[in-house]
Design a binder for this molecule. Structure first.
Ligand SMILES: C[S@@+](CC[C@H](N)C(=O)[O-])C[C@H]1O[C@@H](n2cnc3c(N)ncnc32)[C@H](O)[C@@H]1O
Length: 239
């Protein structure tokens, strides 16, 4: 069986990508062949004696930049007709659940390129990259951890990866709101009770309660999501 999604990761630190993706749900999905993740070292595509992957910035400036030659060679070797090449960069579109869904449905093969030092030579961006992704407005030391975040979020949307497919539908961001608060046993803990409605067995009332709490949490924690929600559902803004 071929995997529904294959991801080739190009990094100077492939072990930083490999280790977190070996355990838990992703590790099992990889064992079952639902998702294939192959972590490569960009250095393996160098041709010189010193296996050099970086160089000084043209025109001056702090730090070093990843050279274009090994990256071009790696992408050209790994690329297939359906491949999308993703560059991890703080200058990219901010990664979110919608983008995770697009990548999960994008046709079966991703190459994820991780920068290091000051990033990558811009000719890589111009010629090879289909989508530049940022995981937020802060600077990491390299793209490996950012790639792990993207791979985890994308892979869990592949059918079969989560035990229950509803898990990826009934959760924060799937409908534009944050999920309602959740409780488990015991019903009483240190004088704190599980809301009675959740123990009532009245499922329509439980669903209404969850929706109300979901609206409340979104309004309190994510004003940006709340504004978009109220624009589309003005009746909720009037509460
Ligand atoms: C130190 S950063 C380079 C930052 C670059 N000089 C700039 O100012 O845009 C090194 C690498 O880490 C990765 N990286 C850092 N922050 C990131 C973020 N927020 N999202 C995605 N990748 C990031 C990228 O692959 C980047 O090339």
């Amino acid at each position: 069986m071929s995997a529904a999604l294959t991801i080739d990761v190009l990094s100077l630190f492939p072990e930083m990508v490999e280790a977190p993706l070996a355990g838990s749900i992703l590790g099992k999905a990889r064992e079952k062949g639902l998702v294939e993740v192959r972590c490569h070292n960009i250095r393996d595509w160098t041709k010189d004696r010193h296996r050099k992957t970086d160089d000084y910035l043209c025109g001056g400036g702090q730090g070093m930049l990843l050279k274009p030659e090994p990256i071009f060679a790696a992408v050209e070797e790994l690329r297939r007709p359906e491949t999308r090449v993703v560059l991890m960069t703080p200058q990219g579109r901010t990664f979110n659940q919608d983008l995770a869904g697009e990548l999960a449905a994008s046709g079966g093969h991703l190459i994820i390129l991780c920068g290091h030092y000051e990033g990558v030579d811009h000719r890589v961006v111009e010629e090879l990259v289909d989508v530049e992704l940022s995981i937020g407005d802060y600077i990491l030391t390299n793209g490996a951890i950012a790639a792990v975040v993207v791979i985890d979020a994308v892979a869990r949307l592949i059918p079969g990866v989560l035990g229950d497919e509803r898990s990826s539908v009934e959760e924060s961001f799937s409908n534009g709101l944050l999920e309602a608060p959740a409780y488990t046993k015991p019903n009483e803990f240190r004088g704190l009770s599980v809301p009675e409605i959740l123990l009532s067995g009245n499922h329509p009332a439980i669903e209404r309660w969850k929706h109300e709490r979901s609206l409340e949490r979104t309004r309190l924690n994510r004003p940006d999501l709340w504004r978009a929600w109220v624009e589309a559902h003005p009746e909720d803004g009037a509460r």
